[in-house]
Design a protein around this ligand. Structure first.
Ligand code: FES
Length: 249
């Protein structure tokens, strides 16, 4: 884990309230892997005080660029949205445990909404996984994923792009084709993916999203229920990626 002041290469809106942020990094990028996150201060002063956790979407070690995809949903992320090229961010990272890269296994990757963010670096590192993606209405970033996919399944809730419904429906039809499933998205989706994979004895890794304070295991803000009785896991240090059998919804 490093602390680094990173300058912004670009910060572009890609959909309603969704931005793609690219930063320069010399030290954090050396350790960054798929599924880990950065803890970022929205300003270089003390307002707001807390950092915001944002998943690593893609790490380009040749250019020294880390790409992040984030949704503007509160004061901190609104501040990110107002930043531009040359502005600097105070960043701690990379943090947490990422996805195990099981290249030799037939893999499916499923993402919903902004939960697609940590899956791009993963898909680049796997062997053309089949990708299942769902959005409420506006679709973003799918071309980036299609480049790295075997089959690609796109769903929207309103049917405006791809099929109408949810990507779990297609994954459920095809589950017997896979040896491992990776997922990130809304809790309801993760819970269904866990149930589906466990019922079919398919290995499954879930990237969990929780509110965070410290990001380093000290404050317990990010605790989630473990599958062990009366035991909690810290999403920031035990995750954010968990084997589905480790967590409960
Ligand atoms: Fe503080 Fe996880 S965010 S323990």
């Amino acid at each position: 884990m490093e602390r680094e002041i990173c300058s912004i290469v670009s910060n572009d809106r890609v959909a309603k309230d969704i931005y793609k942020l690219v930063i320069n990094s010399k030290s954090i990028i050396k350790e960054a892997s798929a599924g880990q996150f950065l803890h970022i201060k929205p300003s270089l002063n003390y307002d707001p005080l807390l950092r915001r956790p944002i998943s690593i979407c893609k790490a380009d070690s040749v250019k020294g660029h880390i790409m992040l995809l984030y949704r503007v949903c509160g004061k901190g992320t609104r501040l990110f949205g107002g930043l531009g090229q040359g502005d600097c961010l105070d960043i701690i990272g990379p943090l947490g445990k990422g996805f195990p890269i099981l290249k030799d296994k037939k893999a499916a990757v499923i993402g919903g909404g902004i939960g697609i963010a940590p899956l791009l670096e993963l898909c680049q590192n796997l062997n053309s996984p089949d990708i299942y993606m769902g959005f409420r209405d506006e679709v973003y970033f799918v071309d980036e994923f299609i480049k790295h996919s075997g089959a690609f399944f796109l769903y929207t809730e309103d049917g405006s792009r791809g099929s109408k419904g949810y990507p779990i429906e297609a994954l459920a039809r095809n589950i017997s084709s896979y040896e491992v499933v990776y997922a990130c998205g809304p809790k309801m989706m993760l819970s269904k993916v866990k149930e589906l994979c466990e019922a079919n004895s398919v290995e499954c890794y879930l990237s969990m999203e929780e509110r965070m304070g410290c990001g380093v295991g000290a404050c317990l803000v990010c605790a989630c229920e473990s599958s062990e009785e009366n035991y909690y896991k810290k999403v920031c240090v035990d995750g954010p990626v968990f084997n589905s059998r480790e967590v409960k919804f």
